[in-house]
Design a protein around this ligand. Structure first.
Ligand SMILES: Cc1cc2nc3c(=O)[nH]c(=O)nc-3n(C[C@H](O)[C@H](O)[C@H](O)COP(=O)(O)OP(=O)(O)OC[C@H]3O[C@@H](n4cnc5c(N)ncnc54)[C@H](O)[C@@H]3O)c2cc1C
Length: 196
């Protein structure tokens, strides 16, 4: 969830990006064109409900507890009446039984924003998907769509390991549900997702 803010013209901008871990999630702040700035807080939906982060009062109370983000945003004015909410969870589309269908970008895999992989993957999977379709039209090339799908599975498995490694670094809040959930070991093997 997040809010856009207007940066006063006289305010010197020292940072373009800020990330701050918190007990219930993590903050992300980015300076945007036209003297705007976006502040987002990444957490789980049940925690967001408990903290009433979709309401300005809850959002501002929570923001006031941050160490780096609050001072950064204190002189700025929000451009919206309420914080907005977006889904940003990890997701993988298993191989489909529908013939001649492949997914690219977020439709194939969506990544935790901490990874900053979403846009890069959308572009690369779009290019690889286009090549796979081209090869599919050549009867001499064996199963290019299955190869494409397997490559996506491998990328997602690599990402899951990387994500877990990132979250393991933060150990300040062992009792926090947000961090507990992310510290859990990956027990499910994704091998079954690979197409023959
Ligand atoms: C809060 C947040 C922060 C993020 N931060 C980052 C970041 O810092 N770095 C990063 O790399 N990624 C980030 N991402 C992820 C990134 O935005 C996505 O991974 C990326 O945009 C996926 O590209 P896409 O083309 O697959 O999908 P999209 O960008 O979602 O494009 C899909 C398009 O299809 C359109 N569409 C949907 N349904 C239909 C329909 N039926 N008919 C026609 N059109 C349709 C949609 O309107 C949309 O324009 C973030 C995501 C969120 C939510």
């Amino acid at each position: 969830m997040g809010q856009f803010y207007q940066i006063p013209k006289h305010l010197p901008m020292k940072h373009e990006f800020l990330i701050e871990a918190a007990e219930q999630g993590w903050w992300y702040c980015a300076v945007l064109p036209e003297n705007k700035c976006v502040i987002t807080f990444f957490t789980d939906s049940d925690i967001a409900s408990q903290l009433r982060l979709n309401q300005s009062k809850g959002w501002n109370q929570h923001l006031a507890k941050s160490q780096s983000i609050k001072p950064f945003v204190s002189a700025m004015k929000s451009t919206e009446t309420h914080p907005w909410i977006r889904q940003a969870y990890s997701h993988f589309l298993p191989p489909t039984s529908i013939n001649n269908l492949i997914a690219v970008g977020d439709a194939a895999c969506a990544f935790d924003p901490i990874s900053s992989m979403g846009i890069g993957f959308a572009l690369s999977s779009g290019c690889h998907g286009a090549c796979a379709i081209q090869m599919h039209l050549d009867p001499d090339i064996q199963q290019p769509l299955a190869c494409y799908q397997n490559d996506i599975v491998q990328q997602f498995m690599t990402y899951m390991e990387m994500r877990q490694n990132y979250y393991q670094i933060e150990k300040r809040w062992p009792d926090s549900m947000f961090w507990k959930r992310r510290h859990q070991q990956i027990t499910e093997k994704s091998d079954s997702l690979l197409t023959p």
